[in-house]
Design a binder for this molecule. Structure first.
Ligand code: ATP
Length: 441
């Protein structure tokens, strides 16, 4: 119905406890965000869904959790110390900072409107630098990791030696990454601290021709399983100018965010570049011995690299809707897939007295075993439903006087607002079936 704008999403996120600005009482810190009670649950649900899909559903993928702080040499080998920079200009008048590849340098400053006030473009390294140990000199410099992938590469040999993996296989990892981004607008889309969900798939050189299209297909199917609308997703293949110098081919999955089509995830064919670089810089051979053919080679890599926090923004943007109800009332609702919704079932007693709230509380405690639940006994039922719609709760159960008589409850579905009267004992099977068959209209 109503147009989805970033302002509406930011406002809902604050109002309903999804996402807050970091250090807000001190005026906020640019590019950092805090996930509130609803936001952390949504983020964890997306994280768990990815982890299950990549590790449990693919028996050729194992997991890893490497540290954020790594030897500085890792980032020299990967090229981040030398190349990981964006060209940047400042407006001398209003001091605003921009990526020079994202604005027209001949035009007026988009913030203050002055012309000819930009500095010369300078390269700006995106890695956050800090020091380890007691001395703060050049030898103690280390970096907060700007991607999780390098933690996977430097553990390639450890995983091969300690697990029963055989090429082809993948290593998956989810974790925080940090980039000193120059332009951090668009809410959590581009932040300085964010989370990534990455998988590096190691294969025999040449077999990447088979695995690259396979992983592109798998990754797009993942978003459809998440319930994201297919017409809000598309592919973008990197042109020769965009392609990293070592990459054989690269595609981005783009999503139609409120500000337009933007990258959500990259699927990259990276050849043997990273493992070769680590061989050179560490002096340790990062190769693989095929036990059957006795062939020794440095594997090729197909990478799938998604932003978890960017996925949260995608889920919110895709789910957001404003519906005009009969009588003109506007209902704000998040149509999350039930698997992603922060609260799966809300239990709402129609009245507090005569033992009704006790029955409702007891039911809520039983349902906790199966779902994330929420108990709310205060206020008009219509208002309680609206609150649940705004956080995307797919199922609400109400308890009333009839429940006392016959153990029946009313189950209300978020999207259709349909209500059915069913025995309490059938709640779990009914909810499970509805979740399994869920299709967004
Ligand atoms: P861009 O060109 O937009 O800066 P990128 O191409 O450098 O991004 P990658 O290095 O390929 O991005 O990172 C993989 C994924 O990590 C991206 O698709 C995105 O989902 C996520 N990501 C990267 N940078 C950020 C950020 N600053 N904030 C949130 N998510 C990010």
């Amino acid at each position: 119905m109503g147009e989805v704008t970033m302002d509406k999403i930011v406002s809902l996120c604050k109002r309903r406890g999804f996402i807050f600005q970091s250090s807000e009482i001190y005026g906020g810190l640019n590019g950092s965000y805090d996930y509130g009670p609803m936001g952390v649950q949504l983020k964890n649900n997306i994280r768990d869904f990815w982890w299950k899909e990549m590790t449990q559903m693919h028996d050729d993928i194992v997991g890893l959790d490497s540290s954020i702080l790594m030897a500085a040499k890792v980032w020299e080998a990967s090229g981040h110390v030398g190349n990981f920079s964006d060209p940047m200009v400042d407006c001398k008048e209003c001091k605003s900072r921009f990526r020079s590849d994202q604005i027209n340098l001949e035009a007026a400053c988009p913030v203050c409107g002055n012309k000819g006030t930009f500095t010369e473009p300078k390269n700006f390294n995106l890695m956050f630098e800090t020091h380890i140990g007691a001395n703060s000199d050049d030898s103690s410099v280390i970096y907060l990791r700007p991607e999780t992938a390098q933690g996977i590469y430097v553990n390639f040999k450890n995983v091969v030696a300690s697990s029963r993996v055989k090429i082809p296989f993948g290593i998956a990892q989810i974790g925080k990454s940090f980039r000193n981004e120059i332009t951090t607008k668009n809410f959590i889309f581009r932040s300085c601290e964010f989370e990534q969900m990455e998988m590096q798939f190691f294969c025999k050189p040449g077999d990447d021709e088979k695995w690259f299209p396979y992983w592109r297909e798998q990754r797009m199917a993942f978003y459809e399983k998440m319930g994201i609308r297919a017409d809000h997703l598309r592919w973008h293949q990197h042109g020769p100018k965009e392609l990293a110098f070592y990459a054989k081919d690269a595609y981005d999955i783009e999503f139609l965010f409120p500000m337009g089509w933007q990258e959500l995830e990259g699927v990259h064919s990276r050849t043997d570049y990273d493992l070769t670089q680590h061989t050179k810089f560490s002096g340790k051979q990062q190769d693989y011995l095929d036990a059957v053919t006795q062939e020794r080679y440095i594997p090729y890599v197909v990478e799938t690299s998604a932003g978890l926090t960017r996925n949260v923004l995608m889920a919110l943007s895709d789910a957001y809707d404003e519906e005009v109800l009969e009588g003109g009332e506007i209902r704000t609702v998040l149509h999350f897939h039930p698997k992603l919704a922060p609260v799966t079932v809300a239990v709402l007693p129609l009245v507090k007295k005569d033992g009704i709230s006790e029955i409702a509380k007891e039911l809520e405690e039983t349902l906790r075993e199966h779902y994330t639940t929420f108990y709310d006994q205060g206020g008009a039922i219509g208002r309680r439903y609206r609150r649940m719609d705004e956080v995307g709760t797919p199922y609400c159960v109400t308890i009333d006087y009839d429940t006392k008589e016959d153990n029946s409850v009313t189950l209300r579905f978020r999207d259709s607002m349909d209500q059915v009267r069913i025995p309490m004992s059938e709640l779990v099977t009914t909810i499970d079936k509805a979740t399994k068959e869920y299709k967004r209209k």
